[in-house]
Design a protein around this ligand. Structure first.
Ligand code: 13P
Length: 255
């Protein structure tokens, strides 16, 4: 089996002003520099601070992600930022299909898939998010929801999917303080990997990183990372503070 390098992503959502973005980087870099050969670390600020963050992280091992991207290269799409523009800025990663995009902003599978294709065409690394709502879990629909969200990947050639990262974020665990148990996360991650093996290829399934997100904190990161199919963490609230996110990385790697 191929070695999958642990990956830790901070999703800052609509938080932090310029000064806070500036203060985070040197502190976080100082705390995590010693682990940088063992993992990848990515920060996702709001789009207006992407250029600033690219500049601040230039001489560090820290990488930068956008929180979404447009489905076209350019055009009449008010409010959107195209993947070409992200690439021009020096941004290499993009989060797509986050549950807040799907459920608060009503992005459906077709739109998320169109964004995914556009991002892959520009050579960005997508962090493709999937996850079920509480009522879907309660009614035993978790796997069918995940399967429906993954389905669009079948329309993209394996070669073009290169670099794809998947994040399992159960909607009921996001910002609620109630994380999935390590066993619950592992069960869904294993399901996703099997789906990838069956529908793309086993090589692809073995090398694709699957992250867990939803109420990750320093005191649950090691248990989650100890699961065989959990390759990294996508962290919201607990990533806003450099000490806390640094601790998540540190404890996650010691698992
Ligand atoms: P929390 O870590 O705040 O639950 O958010 C998770 C998330 O949505 C990361 O993308």
């Amino acid at each position: 089996m191929e070695q999958r390098k642990p990956l830790f992503i901070a999703n800052w959502k609509m938080n932090k002003l310029a000064q806070e973005v500036g203060a985070f980087v040197p502190k976080f870099n100082e705390l995590t520099n010693i682990f940088s050969s063992k993992c990848e670390m990515v920060l996702a600020p709001v789009s207006v601070y992407l250029p600033k963050l690219v500049e601040l992280t230039a001489s560090t091992p820290i990488q930068v992600a956008a929180q979404n991207c447009g489905a076209s290269k350019s055009g009449a799409f008010t409010g959107e930022v195209s993947p070409v523009m992200l690439k021009e800025l020096g941004v290499h990663w993009v989060i797509l299909g986050h549950s807040e995009r799907r459920h608060v902003f009503k992005e459906d599978d077709a739109l998320v898939n169109a964004r995914l294709k556009a991002a892959l065409e520009e050579g960005l690394i997508p962090v493709f998010c999937v996850g079920e709502k509480l009522e879907e879990r309660k009614s035993g629909e978790t796997f069918s929801v995940i399967e429906r969200q993954l389905k669009g990947l079948k329309d993209i050639s394996e070669n073009n999917l290169k670099g794809l990262t998947i994040a399992y974020e159960p909607v009921w665990a996001i910002g609620t303080g109630e994380n999935a148990t390590p066993a619950q996360a592992q069960e869904v991650h294993a399901f996703i990997r099997q789906w990838l093996a069956k529908n793309i290829s086993s090589t692809f399934a073995n090398r694709t990183r699957i992250l867990y997100g939803g109420s990750v904190k320093a005191d649950n990161s090691a248990q989650l990372m100890a699961m065989g199919d959990v390759d990294g963490l996508l962290v919201g609230g607990a990533s806003l503070d450099p000490l806390s996110f640094g601790d998540i990385v540190k404890r996650g790697l010691n698992s």
